[in-house]
Design a protein around this ligand. Sequence first.
Ligand code: ATP
Ligand code: MG
Length: 339
Amino acid sequence: MNTPDRNGSAAAPAGRPTRQSGPEEAARVGREVLDRTGTVVVGAEEALRLALAAVLAGGHVLFEDLPGLGKTLAAKTLAQALGLDFRRLQFTPDLLPSDVTGSSIFNPATREFEFSPGPIFAGLFLADEINRTSPKTQSALLEAMAEAQVSVEGTTLPLQRPFHVFATSNPIEFEGTYPLPEAQLDRFLVRLRFGYPAAGGEQDIIARRIARRQDETRVANVTTAHELLRLQEAVETVGVDADVIDYAVRLTAATRRHPDVEVGASPRGSQGLVLLGRALAVLDRRTFVLPEDIQEGAVAVLAHRLTLTPTSWAQGVAAERVVRDVLAEVPTPSTVPHG
Ligand SMILES: Nc1ncnc2c1ncn2[C@@H]1O[C@H](COP(=O)(O)OP(=O)(O)OP(=O)(O)O)[C@@H](O)[C@H]1O
Ligand SMILES: [Mg+2]
């Protein structure tokens, strides 16, 4: 068997896509997007790499962490660097589905109702603090995310391509919040957490704020909507070995058997592992997926799809830990070469 290194410098094995230019270009652009985002967001490199990979894989991203850890900033900055038509909506308890989707407004001049599109008609829609709005409004977003279309007053309207949702959410259930139902969580390819800044990071955040003399941040775009579609097509050319697919399936199946888990991840989870793995491979200039790509995305793809048993939940068991257990337990395929 061929033994390419992790950066894919060996020739692509027979039977695998040989088109190098697409992934080469995608990797270069991806590096540029991350570098530019890093000029504003301190730390969080791994979370941002996974967020970018999720977009390249055509997915939606949930940023979930405690207040003030830079979720909104990261989502906004990545959106700017990607150059997508960007709309942000602050989710509040009184927000109506039509505030997201749009509605028909009577035009007295023409004496007709005209559709006024809501902010969801964007390339990248930032649903900020999504757990603060009612389930009814959350479900309007769910339809848009799942089907890339919205139903307004009996008419179905397609959304733009590419269309991605970045949502931010707070894991602490404050009064007046509505935790996302499992069905809606499942629609996010990844859930990402940042954690507190590493040593020196917090000083850096403050120093940068002082240096720019204003609160507002802005980065220039690296790509456009059209270019992003091309990069996504490059990811679609990446082939996946049967044993890597099998590995993703075995990891996902193991979540269903874990003693702390009541409901494990569905096939949407195993598919997510492989789809994200292809984008991570491309960011590393490879046209084939290694088990390491699956491992890198496993917590982000699987943890939010697990329902813990009431006892484990009450004992504070973290779904992330369950995924790490599963990674330790399921053998890494040996037939696929490692770098
Ligand atoms: N990693 C970071 N890099 C740069 N700035 C940061 C970072 N984390 C926090 N900040 C700064 O802290 C402030 C809060 O960030 P932000 O509004 O993005 O937090 P949040 O996670 O969205 O919080 P909330 O849950 O309350 O909405 C911002 O003004 C930003 O300047
Ligand atoms: Mg925020």
